[in-house]
Design a binder for this molecule. Sequence first.
Ligand code: DGJ
Length: 724
Amino acid sequence: MGIEFLNNKFHIFNNDISYVIEVSEQNDLLHLHFGASVEANNLFHQKNINTEFTSYSDEENPKYSLSALPQEYPSGGASDFRAPAYQILTKDGCHTPELKFKSYEIINGKPKLEGLPAVYTENDNEAQTLIILTEDINYGLQVKLYYTIINGYNAICRHSEIINNSDSPIHLKNAQSFSLDFPAGNYEYIHLEGAWAREKHIERNAVHKGSQGFESRRGASGHIENPFLLFFEQGATEDYGNAYGISLIYSGNHKFLMEREYNETVRVQAGINPFEFDFKLEHGQTFTTPEVVIAFSENGFSKISHTFHKLYRTHLCRGYWRDKARPILINNWEATYADFTKNDLIKIADAASNLGLELFVLDDGWFGERNDDTTSLGDWFANEKKLNGPLSDLVSEINKRGLKFGLWFEPEMISLKSELYKAHPDWLIKTPYSKEHYGRHQCILDLTKPEVRGYIVNILSNILSNANIEYVKWDMNRNMTDAYSSSLPADRQGEFYHRYILGLYEILETLTQKFPKVLFEGCSGGGGRNDPGMLYYMPQNWTSDDTDATERLFIQYGSSLVYPASTMACHVSAVPNHQIKRSSPLSMRGNVAMSGAFGYELDLSKLSSEEIDEVKNQVEFYKNNRDIIMNGTFYRLLNPFVSRHAAWSYVTEDEKTALVYYIVKQARPTNEAVYLKLKGLNSNYNYEINGTVYSGKTLMNYGYLIEDNEYEGMSFILKLNAVN
Ligand code: DGJ
């Protein structure tokens, strides 16, 4: 791993990958390559660009045109007609700066991003960072481009800083985290599209001429489009082809753009959505974009996922719980919803304790006057009548049963029927012109206001300090409308969406530092804000409100492209399933939920004796194997989007142990045999499976024969142990 600057070329590299940037004679930053390892000296930019209908800046040299050359952080309006990486507006109305290379620095380690979540290193030997300073002297504008390579990862972390050195304020209208120009070729992409309770479904498309992409304008990363793009050369598969994974570490409005030009090149960008974005920079002020991680694999998608899983598990998730086994939990939501008595909770806790569970989570409905979803958000004090005493008493009773205690909050929200609204009607987000809009009967607090952030930190700190609460589920159940803050002047209203997210990050940083041993789980009606930004503060996330095991096959498959199993919370729920009324066997529900941070979400006190035995086995199996699930290398074996079956596996780093999961998603009477080809084993090892020994190469090249696949919902987990 290293970064060099030789013959006007920057080369960021390790044994597998190269990222090459040229500083041209004209002092432009030209992108030469990102992909498999190369000799940087042998790379050149195109010298003879056709001058018809191009634009150029030097009459003596019309064949040098930024309208066709690949660039690192392109400006708009000045000879490049493609999408600009950033846009500004000066007080005179000018908006066509041209950045030129000024200087560079190569440092050990990775600098923090002020106020933003980002990949981190624990010591400076782990990484190197290239910082390139570019400038347009006439505009008084500087842009710093950051590139970090971390030892052992085929990925580059990028972000930009935009600095106003002019005498007057400038308005930043667009500030993408990165821009990357791919050479002429045929490309395809996969994005993670979805909806509430149907998150992260994969959709594969060809990159066609013109602009395409996806975005969120919901004030959150959203259920509809996860901030992740898998971009690849045509025909790439799980294990074949050049592929790029692009993951934005941001929880607000995002935008991913692919622009295929007349010459078949493709520009790819990702960053904050320019929708309603207008950030005013006073003289000397800097704007920092969120970070984007771009991973490369010359062997298809699987390796992209491996890079993200390990990087995010160990260099994005932080704190006490990062490497700890996640407790198996019981959540009361689908068992009782908000309608419960203390007795109901204790009955569930007794059953959970008897089954060997480790954490009891009290979901929505424990505070204020909250018995349904119309009231009390913001009133974060326990309903002692409903809980039959103080919260701390309930916590002690749960702890006495050998269970940790966890609590649900939705801190960013306010109900109009609440004490908080009576006291602070001006704290919710609304414009001066129109009545506020609602979502799930609630409004959003204006986190751009310091007093609102202070309230949330204080009221949550109070609860967390006064009872032994070891887990928090942080929910957020609506999207943002009426983006406006009475605390911002008119010419700063375009900062609102981003300042909201910065405010949220500040609250999360404060609370997670103040309560370092509390396990925080992110949630937004399931996966409405399941993004890498949140993982920096909360090492796990409620994957979806759809707990149906078959639906989860799709959701968890899509999630697995980028998010590690340790971050995906998955629960066994009752049948018929509450969201889609399907009844799946308990074994299948268990096997699907045991592919992440495991838990149950049903009334355990109502299980039959057979079910009790089965759940006890599931709990014991998970306890014995969760280390493999959390830290093993994950392989997608059969894709439920295209196959009647689903299968996946986890293999330990030493390749000596593996868990293989197999599910019949849809049965057929003809009962075809499946030869399940395993991955990631050692071809020199022999593995024992249920008493029979197979060679690793047979299991990978011929497969493991599955005959018993005749009913829908049939599932099993195989454990492989190397025997030589
Ligand atoms: C939405 C979450 O996704 C659910 O798990 C549950 O916590 C409800 N909110 C509670 O209102």
